[in-house]
Design a protein around this ligand. Structure first.
Ligand SMILES: NC(=O)c1ccc[n+]([C@@H]2O[C@H](COP(=O)([O-])OP(=O)(O)OC[C@H]3O[C@@H](n4cnc5c(N)ncnc54)[C@H](OP(=O)(O)O)[C@@H]3O)[C@@H](O)[C@H]2O)c1
Length: 281
């Protein structure tokens, strides 16, 4: 396992498991058990995913799983004011059956994120949140946050994969020692991406799968990744990436697949940011 040290000293694994859209108790139990067996040490959830209670139930019934994972969760924009951000953090703690949460993220940069960040800072200072971070922040949002924050975010969790390599944002974050975490690291297993000749050839050369080549590209570029799968074979496959690495020119070739394509919402879309702030999603 590779580890990354965040700007507040917290050491986290470079790979964790995502849980978006896993909402069924048996699927959550399986995912967590398979992930433990495959030596994952970090699990990503969010209040928005509606599965914190299920994860908490698993932690309650199985203390060894509670010990296994660092946990990250997120506060949704409709909760961006002092009281609701507090309530959201307390709900996450209660639902997850945890006294502390390792990483708490602002989920999207909707208006009000500065108010939410103040609450994050309070909880961080109390030691309840071990690390505080953001998702989907563009440079303009980072500028605003850094100009007002007492504590800088440790991570920016962004959509990142071979079709969206985000080099400008990455350069910016590097200057501030803010780590990059890739969501949709597999491009949501898009058939188009999985059939890219470059990726298929590399996979054949290394005797790996396309998914493993993509994940290794992330690791070699220093990204933290949180691929989601609920299937045991894929959970294993996605972890089995530490016995090879890509050459510099191979990394560059994958970089060239970039076409600034997003599989989900664009954080520059003000209508979307306003809509979720109003709880209208
Ligand atoms: N901060 C944010 O705004 C944000 C947004 C979206 C997601 N996230 C987080 O990031 C995590 C990952 O992103 P994501 O779930 O959107 O996308 P992803 O991890 O790129 O792709 C997940 C999809 O890929 C499939 N898959 C997984 N491993 C595979 C493999 N080895 N071969 C073929 N297919 C494979 C999964 O199917 P099966 O389950 O059927 O295997 C699932 O359909 C989420 O779960 C969530 O925790 C954060």
């Amino acid at each position: 396992m590779n580890y990354i040290v965040l700007n507040n000293g917290l050491k986290i694994p470079q790979i964790g498991i995502g849980t978006y859209k896993v909402k069924n108790i048996q699927e959550i139990i399986n995912l967590m058990e398979y992930a433990k067996k495959a030596n994952y040490e970090m699990l990503d959830t969010a209040s928005y995913y509606n599965n914190e209670k299920l994860i908490g139930q698993v932690f309650k019934n199985n203390p060894s799983l509670k010990k296994q994972f660092l946990v990250s969760s997120k506060v949704w924009p409709s909760d961006f004011d002092k009281d609701n951000t507090k309530r959201s953090i307390e709900n996450s703690l209660n639902s997850l059956n945890l006294d502390t949460i390792d990483i708490m993220f602002i989920h999207w940069p909707s208006e009000g994120f500065l108010e939410a960040w103040k609450v994050f800072e309070d909880y961080y200072e109390q030691g309840v949140l071990k690390s505080i971070a953001v998702c989907n922040f563009q440079i303009k949002h980072m500028d605003k946050l850094l100009a007002n924050a007492n504590i800088p975010p440790s991570i920016n969790q962004i959509e990142l994969h071979p079709y969206l390599i985000q080099e400008e944002l990455k350069d910016y974050l590097k200057k501030f020692n803010i780590k990059i975490q890739a969501w949709a690291p597999l491009g949501r297993a898009s058939q188009e991406m999985f059939n890219e000749k470059t990726l298929v050839e590399l996979a054949n050369n290394y005797n790996k799968t396309v998914a493993q080549v993509i994940l290794r590209w992330h690791i070699d570029k220093g990204h933290i990744v949180i691929p989601k799968s609920a299937k045991e074979s894929r959970i294993n496959e996605n972890m089995n990436i530490f016995d090879f690495s890509l050459q510099k020119d191979e990394i560059t070739t994958i970089d060239k697949l970039n076409k600034n394509h997003r599989f989900s919402q664009n954080p520059d879309d003000e209508q979307w940011l306003t809509k979720i702030r109003k709880g209208l999603n």
